[in-house]
Ligand binder design. Structure first.
Ligand SMILES: N[C@@H](CCC(=O)N[C@@H](CS(=O)(=O)O)C(=O)NCC(=O)O)C(=O)O
Length: 216
């Protein structure tokens, strides 16, 4: 049974797609036009009651939350493709730690910038708020300072191996650094810059970006 990934053009779905490519897992995509509100259709809400993308269907198995989906496939196909969870329980612990750091320290500010700078339609009619943009950038500076220190000792966030924690950053780092042109946030951080250049050069990321261009 081939896994179906709903909403491939959206950022959070790209975490899942990169994971599947790295693990050499065959997949199909089901486009969901969030700008037209298709993610709020009753049929879609039966799959994902919170009305966000992505969700996957793998036979009778349905799963949403992009990071949970990545963890599921990285575990289920552990011996296939690139190892994305580390080799020891200690390494796996660090992968989980940096996945949580991405979700709770990096993502909120990156998502705020996405809404207020890149896609104000996500604001539901409100106007972009310069104060939110300023505060979000300041928070990201603090996050990248911590990343700079971590990456001065390790090639990747969880250690000297590429993992789900690095994949999880790809879509919104691309929005912040490239789509928003806020590369100045990392340009003076040589280890963060080297890390970003490394992970964003991966064929898996560039394949997904080429196949499923963002809707914004
Ligand atoms: N925590 C969820 C977040 C999913 C999410 O917010 N998806 C956005 C699209 S994107 O920001 O990932 O591109 C969405 O559906 N937005 C539409 C909406 O919130 O109505 C996950 O990681 O899957």
């Amino acid at each position: 049974m081939v896994v179906k990934v709903y909403g491939p053009h959206c950022a959070s779905a790209k975490r899942v797609l990169v994971c599947l490519v790295e693990k050499k897992i065959e997949f199909e995509v089901v486009p969901v036009n969030v700008l037209e509100g298709e993610h709020k259709d009753p049929e879609y809400l039966k799959l994902q009651p919170f009305g966000t993308v992505p969700v996957i269907k793998d036979g009778d198995y349905t799963l949403y939350e992009s990071r949970a989906i990545m963890r599921y496939y990285a575990e289920k196909y552990r011996s296939q493709g690139v190892e994305l969870l580390g080799k020891t329980i200690e390494e796996k612990g660090l992968v989980e730690q940096w996945l949580e750091v991405e979700a709770h320290n990096f993502h909120p500010s990156a998502y705020n910038l996405t809404c207020h700078v890149l896609c104000p339609t996500l604001l539901g009619g409100s106007s972009p708020d310069p104060k939110v943009i300023e505060e979000s950038e300041a928070k990201l500076v603090k996050v990248f300072n911590i990343y700079e220190e971590r990456l001065s000792k390790n090639k990747y966030l969880a250690g000297d191996f590429f993992s789900l924690a690095d994949i999880s950053h790809l879509p919104f780092m691309d929005y912040v650094v490239n789509n928003m042109g806020k590369d100045y946030l990392i340009k003076d951080k040589k280890h963060v810059s080297a890390w970003w250049n490394d992970i964003s050069s991966r064929p898996s990321w560039n394949k997904v970006l080429e196949l499923y261009k963002p809707p914004i």
